[in-house]
Ligand binder design. Structure first.
Ligand code: NAP
Length: 313
């Protein structure tokens, strides 16, 4: 039996998948938020101190009847079956980005949550970056003329040994690139389409290490350059030119530069995500926006392929 969380008691949470992002961001954010009580973790290899640990979701659900929700931090392939098992057990579900490996999987999870009356939160952490809300507000009453995205990072530095990322369904360079698309579609909520794409896949791998997208946001041209082999300075920039000046979001959205006036705030992306999840659970609502995933899917649909030399860690 699942006991409904009340406003008096914290949400009893299990974290599923204890890898880099779970350790870097989720566990600290949960520990810092009194509205959550982490009671269990699911991992085939890792152990989280101070909570019950389980090898897989089936073992968790067989043993616990005191959970309210799960937060899923596994790679996108396999996430749908985890999410649906949790929903079937009467739990609310928060999912790391991208919400699943395919659009049809997300639709299936969402339908499952609707039928079961559970909260489903498909997170986009980059939308919580410090400059994003102010950028959206500034752009709201200006005429946009061009959007340029440059997202270049070193896979060896940020994703060491994560072979899944270059497998089918791993998204390759779209794993970080989808963060840029999540911000762009938030600050410019128009009708985005992918017109052309070039995907560069290393010999013997399934997902691209670099990609160039030619898009439209309404009638505004937009381009994105995604590169996973960037050494030296890393770059996560979105430039929006308008008839009234230039807006630049740097460092993944944490720095906002409007015509040379720069504002910056400390990172609070995951604190923001958990605050939002708590609100969704308490008010029995869901938040599932597939717009960034749809653009990635379209890039895979229309993209031409080029082959890169073999990639080794
Ligand atoms: P990771 O370090 O590889 O961790 C993923 C964890 O999921 C693993 O520790 C693994 O734990 C579990 N897992 C379950 N099935 C798996 C499978 N088939 N292959 C590999 N691992 C599997 O990856 P991550 O960087 O944390 O990324 C996880 C998700 O978070 C991705 O969707 C990614 O886009 C998102 N994310 C990552 C970052 C980042 O900076 N790395 C930032 C934001 C969001 P066990 O083996 O112990 O079961």
């Amino acid at each position: 039996m699942v006991i409904e969380a009340t406003s008096q008691q914290p949400i009893r949470l299990a974290i599923i998948g204890v890898g880099k992002i779970a350790r870097d961001q989720h566990l600290p954010a949960i520990a810092a938020d009194p509205r959550f009580n982490l009671v269990a973790a699911v991992s085939r290899n890792a152990v989280v101190d101070g909570v019950a640990n389980y090898h897989d979701i089936a073992a968790l659900l067989a043993d616990r009847n005191d959970l309210d929700a799960v937060s899923i931090c596994t790679p996108p392939v396999g996430r749908a079956s985890i999410a649906m098992a949790a929903i079937d057990a009467g739990l609310d579900v928060m999912m790391e980005k991208p919400p699943a490996a395919t659009l049809s999987e997300v639709a299936r999870i969402e339908a499952h949550a609707v039928v079961a009356g559970r909260t489903l939160f498909a997170t986009w952490h980059s939308r919580e970056a410090a400059g994003v809300a102010a950028a959206r507000a500034w752009l709201a009453d200006r005429k946009v003329e061009r959007v340029t995205i440059e997202w270049r990072e070193d896979i060896r530095r940020w994703h060491p040994g994560q072979d899944w990322i270059l497998e089918a369904g791993g998204f390759g360079v779209f794993d970080p690139g989808i963060n840029a698309l999540s911000i762009a579609t938030k600050i410019l909520p128009g009708a985005w389409t992918v017109e052309r794409a070039v995907l560069r896949v290393p010999e013997g791998r399934m997902s691209p290490l670099s990609a160039d997208l030619t898009m439209m946001c309404g009638d505004v041209p937009a381009t994105a350059a995604f590169d996973f082999l960037q050494e030296g300075p890393q770059q996560w920039d979105i430039v929006v030119e308008t008839d009234d000046g230039r807006l630049t979001l740097r460092m993944g959205g944490s720095i906002l530069d409007i015509d040379g006036t720069v504002t910056e705030a400390p990172d609070a992306e995951y604190a923001g995500l958990y605050a939002r999840f708590e609100d969704l659970v308490r008010t029995r609502r869901s938040d599932v926006d597939v717009t960034p995933l749809r653009l990635v899917a379209d890039a895979f649909l229309v993209g031409s392929r080029e082959t890169l030399p073999t990639f080794a860690w």
